[in-house]
Design a protein around this ligand. Structure first.
Ligand SMILES: Nc1nc2c(ncn2[C@@H]2O[C@H](COP(=O)(O)OP(=O)(O)OP(=O)(O)O)[C@@H](O)[C@H]2O)c(=O)[nH]1
Ligand SMILES: [Mg+2]
Length: 137
């Protein structure tokens, strides 16, 4: 049985979803870009102020398929707008919370549906929370 499950999962591939959150300007988008989405040091050039990653204003998702030694992984990265730039910042986290809840609801709906063969699993597995080094506690 374990072998069967193993074989089936390897064949189907894995999914992994990572979300980043935290105050604005801490380098969330930069980290994502350098970790996953760009070739680091490939004809490297130092960007000027305009070319730099601009502020993230909406939740954006990037999906990439990775295959290593026959094992497939669908990696999804969710970038979120940083906290602290709105006029009222008391509910900055709400949008992210809603996003995560929506993914669970979507999966639940798909799972209860008729065609359950090719469900896309976008549920968030992991959250990188950025903390400002010069914040207030
Ligand atoms: N010195 C230094 N600067 C960095 C580093 N990471 C990012 N930056 C700079 O910090 C600024 C903000 O980076 P972003 O990646 O846009 O920050 P963010 O957290 O995505 O910001 P929001 O989208 O507003 O939430 C940019 O000008 C980056 O070039 C780092 O490790 N060191
Ligand atoms: Mg950003």
């Amino acid at each position: 049985m374990p072998n069967q499950v193993h074989r089936k999962t390897v064949k189907k591939g894995f999914t992994f979803t990572l979300i980043v959150a935290g105050e604005s300007g801490l380098g969330k988008s930069t980290l994502i870009n350098s970790l996953f989405l760009t070739d680091l040091y490939k004809d490297r050039k130092v960007p000027n102020a305009e070319e730099r990653i601009s502020q993230t204003v909406t939740i954006t998702t990037h999906s990439i398929g990775i295959e290593e030694k026959g094992v497939k992984l669908r990696l999804t990265i969710v970038d979120t707008p940083g906290f602290g730039d709105a006029v009222n910042n008391t509910e900055s986290w709400k949008e992210i919370e809603d996003y995560i809840d929506r993914q669970f609801e979507q999966y639940f709906r798909d799972e209860s549906g008729l065609n359950r063969k090719n469900i896309q699993d976008n549920r968030v597995h992991c959250c990188l929370y950025f903390i400002s080094p010069f914040g207030h506690g």
